[in-house]
Design a protein around this ligand. Structure first.
Ligand code: PLP
Length: 409
């Protein structure tokens, strides 16, 4: 199969218009390089669970306590997902119902905070997520957010600044986690600061949680009161969220998810999360997670060799942020030229000034089986595309992508 999840014959017969759309997306994914740091290729087993009979099922509440009838298999699916998440992350309680990473963060705030409370989180210009206090998001409207930054020279979190801001503002909660920080947060330092000022510690581990599952990143579980996560990035599950916490917060978290912030759980997605957790517990996933980091390091090094200013000088994770300015373009222009060449990634804030850089990750290309030699080749393709040679580069990108079909040839 050279394309990804082609639409079934049934869909093509019934709705050729939508079948064409899905086929187009499958072809796009097969013929371009997916370097968005937030994306991956789920396994066929995860896709099978997503397209299963549980897509039809309403199941408000929790296993054994549902508002709907006929939940015996829904309960089994959620029970499996919860047990597998608990075992995978060594945690007392897991809630697998959040529809997304943002829904998980909303529930964490609902469990711990009241409107108007002060929260200390990474400022959006430095890599904070919308849910970390954007005025365009519920978080910025309902809570009083104070932002910490990163050092303008090193790009690293300045823990003394975090401590000073915590002492000054006495937040009710501190959030550690980012959309673009390529290094491991010092969870123990965040814990010490939170304890000093009597704040809760929320780890928004949406990005690194898959690396944590594979033993390739430190776990926030021993340090944070509540860990929020997504299941669709390095973790390679379906699009969705998850919350991990100790027994002490279990009841508050469950009530904060349902009925406070959500209605019926998406049972097909929960089944798919269980499948992904099962896959992540296998030794092959540990190998995968370490390869993701090795590939990101190799790619960061090659990009630096081609002139990109790589933030923090490299990466410890799947994620790289870089300023393409030394190559004569800004982030949005770079993203446009790379997209024209078939290289898909995002822009991001840079730790200094107002200009935007690029953000990329190696989760998807590693799932495809690419390794260090391909990372060097990708960096060469980046440099060619940014020189304005997108048209010449595109066939080479397609050839590389098609040489590593994520679902086999
Ligand atoms: C740190 C962080 N928090 C929350 C989210 C939100 O996840 P979602 O897009 O599933 O709502 C993201 C998404 O990338 C993220 O990076």
């Amino acid at each position: 199969m050279s394309v990804i999840t082609p639409p079934s014959d049934l869909l093509r017969q019934q709705d050729p218009q939508m079948a064409d759309v899905l086929d187009g997306e499958a072809q796009r994914q097969a013929a371009t390089l997916q370097l968005s740091a937030a994306e991956n290729f789920t396994s066929p087993a995860v896709l099978a669970a997503l397209g299963s009979a549980l897509a039809n099922k309403y199941a408000e509440g929790y296993p054994g306590h549902r508002y709907h009838g006929g939940c015996e298999y829904a309960d089994l699916a959620e029970g499996l997902a919860v047990e597998r998440a608990r075992a995978l992350f060594g945690v007392e309680h897991a809630n697998v119902q959040p529809h997304s990473g943002s829904a998980a963060v909303l529930a964490a705030y609902a469990a711990l905070l009241r409107p108007g409370d002060t929260v200390l989180a990474m400022g959006l210009p430095y890599g904070g997520h919308l849910t970390h206090g954007s005025p365009a998001n519920f978080s910025g409207r309902w809570f009083d957010f104070v932002g910490y930054g990163v050092d303008a020279e090193t790009g690293l979190i300045d823990y003394l600044e975090v401590q000073e801001l915590a002492r000054l503002h006495r937040p009710k909660a501190i959030v550690c986690g980012s959309i673009s920080y390529p290094r491991h947060p010092e969870y123990s330092v965040f814990r010490e600061i939170a304890d000093e000022v009597g704040a809760h510690l929320i780890a928004d581990a949406a990005h690194p949680i898959g690396l944590v599952a594979g033993g390739a990143a430190p776990s926030p579980v021993p340090y944070a009161d509540i860990v929020c996560a997504t299941t669709h990035k390095v973790l390679r599950g379906p699009r969705g969220g998850m919350i991990l916490c100790g027994a002490e917060f279990a009841e508050r978290i469950d009530r904060a998810v349902f009925p406070f912030t959500q209605g019926g759980a998406q049972m097909h997605t929960i089944a798919a999360k269980a499948v992904a957790f099962g896959e992540a517990a296998a030794p092959a996933f540990t190998t995968y997670a370490h390869r993701v980091v090795a590939n990101a390091r190799a790619l960061a090094e090659s990009l630096a060799a081609h002139g990109f200013a790589v933030t923090t000088g490299g990466t410890d994770t799947h994620l790289i942020t870089a300023d393409p300015a030394p190559l004569g373009v800004d982030g949005p222009t770079a993203r446009g030229r790379l997209a024209a060449a078939g290289i898909v990634l995002d822009t991001c804030a840079l730790p200094y000034g107002d200009l935007r850089g690029i953000r990329l990750g190696t989760a998807a290309v590693t799932t495809q089986g690419m390794a260090e030699p391909e990372m060097a080749r990708i960096a060469l393709l980046f440099a060619a595309a940014l020189r304005g040679e997108s048209a010449r580069t595109r066939p080479e990108v397609a050839e590389l992508a098609r040489g590593f079909p994520p679902y086999g040839a």
